[in-house]
Structures are given as C-alpha cells and as structure tokens.
Design a protein around this ligand. Structure first.
Ligand code: NAD
Length: 542
C-alpha cells in the first residue's frame, strides 16, 4: 500500500493572514475582487475530466447585492448524473492503485497552491458568492488547505496501524477504498467543507460525485478547477451541481453508492438516511453514512464569569458570518447577578457593528445567504416583536431591497422554551435566557435537553469548582466544548469538529476518525513455514 514514503512531520496549520491596510495580501485580494465582480463566469459540470455545458442553468448572485450576477451554473440531470457515476467507476481501479506517495503529493500540491497563488481566487469568490468578510473568507480557505494536509497525514497514520505478527508469520492490513463510489453533498457556508467532502475519501483512494450547494458553487468550482490543474485524474471527483432531489433520486439509491459524505441540515440528512434504509437490500455494500448537521449552540455563563470576555464571545460568536456557522452561538444562559452589566456591554458592542458590502474592509457582517434564509430570519423577528414571551434588545429589522440583510439581533427570552431559544435559525439572531443564580443545576438540565442538537457549547466561569460541575453536567450536550472561549472557531488538528444527537454522526471532519470511515480493511496472514502436521501433540498417548 505505502512503499514507506511518508510525510515525516505532522503538518502545521496554514497561516491566517491579517489583510492590514496596504499589505500585499490585501492589495492582491482587492484586485481579484474587482476582477471577479466584473465578469459572469459560465460554470460547467466536470465529469470524467471533461467540462459539460447543459441547457438548464441557474444564476449565481451576491447575497449582499442580489441583482449582481457572478456566474451562470449548469445543472446536471438524470443523464449527466448517470454519466458521472460511470466516470467515477471507470476511474476507480487506476486511482486506487496509484502509489500512495503520488496520491499524497497531488493533494499536498493542491494545498500548496491554496497557500500561495490560488488564495486570492478562492478568498474573493467566497467573499462575493457567500458574503464573507475578508477575514472570514481567509479562515475558511486556510481550513481548506488544512483539510488537505491533515488529510494526507491522517491517512498515513491509518496505514501505519498494523496487526501483530508472530514467529514465521506476517500479518498485515490493507486499507482498501470502499467498493463503489462516494456521494458527497455539501452546504453553502464553508468552501472548505465543500472541498473536503469529496476530497477526504479521495485521499484514501475513493472516487466521488460532488454536489456543491447552489449558493457556494462559484468558490467550489474554482477549487474543482484547481484539483484538475494539479493533475487529479479524470473521473476521480466529478463535479455535478444539481437539485438535491435529483441527487437523492439518481445517485443515493445506486447499488454502488458505498459512502455518503454530507454536511447540511438535519432534515436532509435524515431523509437520505431513510432513503438508504428503504434501499438497503439493493446495495452492493452497506453504505457508510457520515453527516454533520444542524445545531443550537450555546454559551452558558456562571456568576463568576469574566463579563467582558463573555460579552465579546457572545457578540463575535453570534454575529460573525451572520450567524451562519454551524457552531455559531444562538442561545445564551446568564445568571441574574451579572445580567445588567452584560446587557449593557453586548448592546453597546452590537450597535457598533457595520453590516454591508463585504468588499469594504470595515464591514463586520455581510448579508444572509439567500431569500429563503432571509424569510426564515424575518419570520422569527416578526414573531418576537409580537410576542409577550420575549423582548428584542437590539436589532430586529431586516431589509432585502439590495441584499439579504438581517440586523444583528439580541432577543431576551422570558422562557427557556421560547421558539428562538430552541430552534435552529441559522442567522444573526441570538436569544438569551436569564436564570436565578440559585437555579444553576436546573438551568443546565434545560440547556442539555431543550433541543435535539448537540454540536458546540461554551461555558464562562472563573470558579474552578463551577467549571468542573458544568463540564460534568453538560458532557453530552455538545461534541465541541469550550471553557472561557466562544463556541465557534474550531481549527483542524486542534479542535476536531462534530456533534452528536441530531447534529450528526460525530465523525470529526479533518481527523483520523473521519478517515477511518472511507476505508474497508482487508486483513492478510502469511505463513513462512506452514505447518504440515494434522495431529496435535497433546493427542499422543503418554
Ligand atoms: P441544506 O441541508 O439546505 O443543504 C445542504 C446540501 O444538501 C445542499 O447541497 C443542498 O442542495 C442539498 N440538498 C437539499 N435537499 C436535498 C435532498 N433532498 N437530497 C439531497 N441533497 C439535498 O443546508 P445548508 O443550508 O446548505 O447549510 C446549513 C445547514 O448545515 C445548517 O443546518 C447547519 O447547521 C448545517 N451545517 C452543519 C455543520 C456541522 O459541522 N455540523 C457544518 C456546516 C453546516
């Protein structure tokens, strides 16, 4: 499998650049933003290494300026999806037999180009197409490079894991790719997740169909182009923007669908799981199902919390990228004793945030991703305005005249089961419940059980006994836990990310645990001097 050519050192995280005024990275990014804003890219499907243009297309627009068209994207239908399945299966044998060091080198080369010349292209397309600020795009694209480098490292760690061998015997384990193809379906919110879903399985020799989100398709297309430029063989990853329904219908149920790699909403993952169950007898193998899904992430404050740090965590954690990170803070529990001080700080800080065009570098927040998300947020805001179970402390308005803008909003909820305290909104709306200091234990129970999700959570406390108690009580409430830090910002290799319950299968994107899901081990025993005896010594008469 390996020939012994391994990376010698564990990778370091990609450097996150600062984009300070007049810095070379800022100038390069501005030029690229200008270039991409003034063109309309025609995005083809890429199947078996060939660009395919279909009649059915969709328009790709800027969320913060929805009349500005960035691209026109071709959509695959039944015929193209079948072609893509065939192209993947045709590419499979040669790809899985490629010597490991060449597969590894290819992905390390992709990472290298993301660090260098492709950085402005990927950052600018992520900013314009997904309405991220320069910094939010930078951490997203740095994460894409991390996924590649740590992916190669994790694969070789896995290959190194070999069984014991006794005298005259060699036991070995071959980590085969899955016997079929991978169906990768990605969300809009991270270019890095889009890239990682088909790529992680490909690192260990799988072939894939990749359906990007229609609202992240521009940046995702540039990544696909980069893979091809770096020499990814035709058919290993097939780029097929299409409707979710078509992907489900024609790809998910295919007998050779061997693995499903998904990030997105809980409802879509559950519908696919159900569909797989209904077709279980027709698959060649039991498909591996890996899904990272919804969340209702929290910050839970103790009376001993550092209020200034808590306020910063709430404002950054809830409103960066418009609250559209899977880990964004969307509910907060605060004890009465620190509420007055905290309230003043978060209202003041939120009032200063600039929302607008992400090409202006003083912008803190762009627009939410599309009309559907805008309408969802608007619904929550209108119901909150009308409700006597809560009070909007700041924000509460939205405006779709130019872009899908939703004000950063803080809702003080008088009941912990008010809808905005328990449902995933995926927008810049955070709900706060103030509890009596004497009711810490009961309130932690509510935090643990009020939603079906368990993705990320944070506690703020300075009292060490309280930290111990809170960590224990909230152990199953999330897959990523933070102490005195915001509940967002997981870094590959540092805080392996993923949640349980309705938040996913918790296979920790970018880690060894995820890589394990894309291989099917094959154990071999070889005897150097095989026994020629049939009768065992103990059978002799004394
Ligand atoms: P989404 O579920 O709407 O879409 C995700 C992908 O699924 C898209 O490509 C979409 O086109 C596709 N899809 C839609 N319907 C489908 C169907 N019936 N069959 C197959 N595919 C279908 O999610 P989104 O709006 O892109 O992303 C936001 C969601 O993703 C939120 O719920 C968020 O919490 C979650 N998310 C979770 C994580 C995590 O690590 N847990 C990370 C990022 C996003």
């Amino acid at each position: 499998m390996s020939n012994g050519y391994f990376m010698m050192e564990k990778p370091k995280n990609d450097l996150v650049r600062g984009y300070l005024p007049h810095s070379p990275e800022r100038e390069a990014l501005k030029a690229e933003l200008e270039r991409q804003s003034n063109q309309v890219v025609k995005i083809p499907l890429i199947i078996g290494g060939k660009e395919i243009y279909t009649e059915k297309t969709i328009k790709v627009t800027m969320p913060h300026d929805h009349q500005h068209v960035l691209a026109e994207c071709c959509m695959a239908g039944k015929e193209e999806l079948n072609m893509a399945i065939q192209a993947a299966l045709d590419a499979k044998e040669q790809w899985e037999q490629m010597p490991w060091e060449h597969r590894a080198a290819l992905f390390l080369k992709v990472a290298d180009r993301i660090t260098h010349d492709y950085r402005p292209i990927l950052n600018a397309s992520t900013m314009l197409g997904q309405s991220k600020t320069a910094y939010q795009a930078e951490i997203d694209i740095a994460e894409l490079a991390d996924f590649l480098r740590f992916g190669v490292w994790n694969a070789q760690e896995l290959f190194r894991e070999q069984p014991l061998s006794g005298d005259g015997v060699w036991n070995r384990q071959d980590y085969r790719p899955l016997d079929g193809f991978i169906c990768a379906i990605s969300p809009f919110n991270f270019t890095s997740i889009g890239g990682n879903l088909p790529t992680a399985p490909a690192i260990v020799g799988n072939v894939a169909l990749w359906k990007p989100s229609r609202t992240a398709v521009l940046s995702n297309y540039y990544y696909m182009k980069l893979l091809m430029e770096c020499g990814l063989p035709a058919g290993v990853i097939n780029f097929v923007p299409c409707s979710g329904g078509d992907m489900s219908h024609y790809v998910v149920s295919h007998p050779k669908m061997a693995g499903f790699h998904f990030t997105g909403s809980t409802g879509v993952f559950q519908s696919v799981w159900k569909q797989v169950g209904e077709h279980i007898a027709s698959y060649a193998n039991y498909p591996r199902l890996v899904g990272e899904t919804g969340g209702k992430d929290y910050i839970f404050a103790h009376a001993s919390a550092d209020v200034e740090a808590l306020a910063a965590a709430i404002v950054r954690g809830s409103f960066e990228f418009q609250g559209q990170k899977c880990s964004a803070c969307s509910r907060v529990f605060v004890p009465e004793s620190i509420w007055t001080e905290l309230k003043e700080k978060i209202q003041t800080a939120t009032a200063t945030l600039k929302m607008g065009d992400v090409q202006e570098f003083d912008t803190f927040m762009g627009a939410v991703i599309d009309e559907s998300s805008f309408e969802t947020c608007k619904g929550y805001l209108e119901r909150a305005q009308a409700s006597d179970q809560c009070e909007i402390l700041i924000g509460g308005h939205c405006d779709s005249s130019k872009g899908w803008f939703v004000e950063p909003t803080i809702i003080h909820c008088f009941s912990p089961d008010y809808e905005s305290m328990t449902e995933e909104i995926f927008g810049p709306i955070v709900s706060i419940y103030v509890y009596k200091d004497t009711e810490l234990e009961e309130t932690m129970k509510i935090c643990d059980t009020a939603t079906p999700y368990a993705l990320s959570g944070a506690i703020f406390a300075q009292d060490r006994n309280a930290i111990v108690e809170m960590e224990r009580a909230l152990r199953n409430s999330c897959g990523n836990f933070y102490i005195n830090d915001k509940c967002t910002g997981a870094v590959v290799g540092q805080q392996p990310f993923g949640g349980a319950r309705a938040s996913g299968t918790n296979d920790k994107a970018g880690s060894l645990l995820n890589m394990v899901r894309w291989v099917s081990a094959h154990a071999t025993k070889e005897s150097f001097s095989p026994s020629k005896e049939i009768v065992y010594p103990y059978m002799c008469e004394a």
